[in-house]
Every structure is written in structure tokens, then in C-alpha cells.
Design a protein around this ligand. Structure first.
Ligand SMILES: [Zn+2]
Length: 237
């Protein structure tokens, strides 16, 4: 998600921040305090009025900072703008973001054929990317390859836990077919309850349980739809 860039959009954002001023909720990414997080995509309490972050962005940021995982060489796929801005300027972190065409990140890279040396990174963030990637095996192999031994990858995905087994359908190739099959026109599968095994997670981090109910409420971490709550699939090399 890009921050609004035009003068009019910035004015609207400033007006929203003003309208939602308060202290009922707090965003850990932009450090803003507001009356509420805004509705988005049919969900209440989703978007930060200050930085536009969604539940999963705040959840990941809180985990990264509370676990003191922001150091060394980090490669990120799919960061939101607010997190990206914080990570780029984080002291002690050598940060690089990548996406397929480079327009949403610092560099262009195909996650199934990464232009980086073996062991080039200490950590990888990969949030809501693999559901767009047809060759998921190649992507996971590349993440492993560019991690140093002992490095880790935090993978996040839209997971529908009511679906027992991840659903793929090679016959669904058009946007309409993918929308009908996977609930989103540019997703190539629907992740289900087998996701941890599928992405080779050594741990499924339940951040909500870790931070407790009050922190989860105040920071707006719980995604209130069939893809929530978000969890982090931790893959260690
Ligand atoms: Zn914010």
C-alpha cells in the first residue's frame, strides 16, 4: 500500500488524522494515537489514520521490535510504506526491499530467481507475497539460499484456516477465474490450515497471544475477517 502522494491526497490524510484524533488506539509504526483505526475492506479497526498501516503491518512491526530482530542485513518483500520508511532509517540495520518490478521497493528482483549471493542476508521478511507467486517452491528455495546459516525468514500470508488444505487450480488462469477460485484476482492459491507445513515453518508465531489482549486491542493487531488473526511463519535456515 502506497502512502497518498498528491497534494489533495495529503490534505485528505491530514484531515483524517485530525478527525480521528484521540488516545483510544496507538500505532506502533508511526507512533500516532487516535480515536480508532479506520474501516477497510469490510473490516472494522483496520487502517491507521496516520500512516495507512493495516493490522498485519502493525503486528509484524511489534514482533520485530519487541523481539529485537532489527539488526544485520535484512531483505524484505512486500513491505508497506510506513514500515519501509522506518526500516530504511533504522540504525544498525542494513535494509533492502525488493519486488518484481522495483516500483514498490528499493530494487527489482524476482523472488524465484534472486540476484543476490548465497548467504547474503541475516533475515528475510516476506509478507503477503507468496500467494501471488506460481512457483512457491522456487521462492522458498531462493529465500533459503540468500539467508546465511542460522538466518531466519518471517513469512506472512492470507490464510483461511477453515480450508483444510491449500487450494491450487492450474486451470484458473484469468483474473475472473482466480477471483472465483481464490477470492482475489491476482492470487494463485488459497492458503489453508496446512500452511505451516507447506512453507516449512519451524515455528508459527502467535503474536496476539504473545503481546496479550490489551496490547492487541490498543495496537489494532487482530484482523477481524476469515483471514485473521495474522500469524508469522518463521522459517529458520
Ligand atoms: Zn500508523
Amino acid at each position: 500500500m502506497r502512502l497518498p502522494g498528491s497534494p489533495l491526497a495529503r490534505l485528505r490524510a491530514a484531515s483524517t488524522r485530525l478527525r480521528e484524533r484521540g488516545d483510544a488506539v496507538a500505532c506502533p509504526i508511526c507512533d500516532g494515537r487516535f480515536a480508532r483505526f479506520l474501516p477497510y475492506g469490510g473490516r472494522e479497526g483496520a487502517l491507521c489514520p496516520g500512516c495507512g498501516s493495516a493490522e498485519r503491518h502493525r503486528l509484524l512491526w511489534l514482533w520485530l521490535t519487541e523481539e529485537d530482530r532489527l539488526g544485520g542485513r535484512m531483505l524484505a518483500f512486500g513491505p508497506d510504506d510506513a514500515t519501509e520508511a522506518r526500516l530504511r532509517t533504522r540504525p544498525g540495520l542494513r535494509y533492502l526491499s525488493a519486488d518484481i518490478d522495483g516500483s514498490q521497493a528499493m530494487t527489482a528482483a524476482d523472488i524465484t530467481r534472486l540476484p543476490f549471493a548465497d548467504g547474503a542476508f541475516d533475515s528475510v521478511l516476506c509478507s503477503h507475497v507468496l500467494e501471488h507467486v506460481e512457483d512457491e517452491r522456487a521462492a522458498l528455495a531462493e529465500i533459503d539460499r540468500v539467508l546465511r546459516p542460522g538466518g531466519w525468514a518471517a513469512i506472512m500470508l492470507p490464510v483461511d484456516r477453515t480450508v483444510p488444505e491449500t487450494l491450487e487450480d492450474p486451470s484458473a488462469v484469468t483474473r475472473e477465474q482466480r477471483q472465483a477460485r481464490f477470492g482475489h484476482s491476482d492470487h494463485v492459491r488459497l492458503y489453508g490450515a496446512d500452511t505451516a507445513a507447506r512453507v516449512g515453518a519451524s515455528e508459527v508465531v502467535d503474536v496476539l497471544a504473545r503481546v496479550g489482549a490489551e496490547s492487541a486491542r490498543r495496537h489494532g493487531l487482530r484482523r477481524e475477517d476469515r483471514f485473521g488473526p495474522d500469524e508469522i511463519y518463521l522459517r529458520t535456515r
